[in-house]
Design a protein around this ligand. Sequence first.
Ligand code: SF4
Length: 346
Amino acid sequence: MRDRPVYVIGAGTPLVGTLAFGIVDRGTNVVEVRPTSLCSLNCVFCSVNAGPLSRARWAEYVVEPEALLAALEEVVRFKNTGDLEVHIDGMGDPGLFKDLAELVRGAKAIPGVAVVSMQTRLYMLDVERIRELAAAGLDRFNVSIDAMDPQLAKKLAGADWYDVELVFSRVKTALEAGINVVISPVWVPGLNDAEMPRIVKWAVEHGVGRGGTPVLIQKYIPHKRGRRVKTRPMSWGEFWKRLREMERELGVALIPKPGEYRIHKAPELPKPYRVGDYVTVEVVGRGIFKGELLAVPTSRRGTAIWDRVMTLVLGSGASEDMVGRRMRVKVIEDSHNIYIARPAGR
Ligand code: SF4
C-alpha cells in the first residue's frame, strides 16, 4: 500500500463505531462484519476509494479473528433472532483476509446465525480455499463482476493484471463446492451498458443464484470520498425502468421479490452517545482517510454492546503526533452507531 500503515486491530480497540473495520449493525437481522479494509484493485467507480493507488486514504486495517468473533458473538446474542445473517464485507475486499475460513467457521458456530455470506471479487481465492470456505459453512458469495469483456474488466478494475475469466472459473468452482453465488455488477452508464445482459445470460446458464435473483445490478452512485467516473449517473427512476425492460427482454428476474432475502427488523445495538454529546477520547491511530484520526472514549465497559470507536475529523490539522493524546470531542454523526466527532470548541 502506498505510504500507509496497516493497523492490526485487536481486543483493545472497540469493534463497533466505524465503517472501516469491525461490526456494523443497521437494526436488521443482517450484521455486517468487516475484517479488513485492504483491496488490491483500483476500481474506477470505487465508492470507498480503496486500493493501492488511492490518494484519499492514509491507513488500512486488519482485525484479529479472535477479537472479531468475540465481539460478533456478543452482538448476535444481543440481537436474539434465530435467523441472523452474518455478511462479511467492508471498505476493501474480505477475500484478502487470511483468516477467512476461521472467521466463517466461528460465525457459523454462533447460536442464532443461520447464514454466512460475503462480498468479494473472488480472484484471490483459489480452488482449495473455496473448498475450505464451503467446509467452514459459507453459504453465499456476492461476487462483483462489472464486465465480461476482459479488456473492459481490467479498465473498470483499474488493474492490468485483473483476469475476469479466472473469476468466472472461480464462480463455477464455488457453485460446485456448494456455495451459492450472486453476481453484483456496478452499472456505469456509458461504460458497461452492453455488459449487463451478457453477465445475466452467463449467470443464468451457469446456475448462479440457485433459483433466486442471479444478478443484483448496482446503480453507480458518485460518493463524496469515492472515485468518480465522468458520466451522467442514472436517476433511480431511470435505473428501475431499465432493469424492468431488461427483465422483459431476457425473461430473468433482476429485482429481488419482497422477502427473497428474508431481511427484517431486529433489535439494534444501543447508542451510548448522541449527536451533540461531548466525550473525552484518546487518539489511537490514523483514521482511514487523510484528515481523520481514530479515537476511543476513555470510559469503557469492556463489551461490544456499549464500547465504541470514533472517527475524529480534523482536516489538515490531523497528525500522527496526536496518537496517545486525550481530548474532548463533540459527536457530529451517530447514525447506526457509526460515530464521527470533531474537537470540542470547533
Ligand atoms: S470497488 Fe471493491 S474491489 Fe473495487 S477498489 Fe473498491 S473495494 Fe476494491
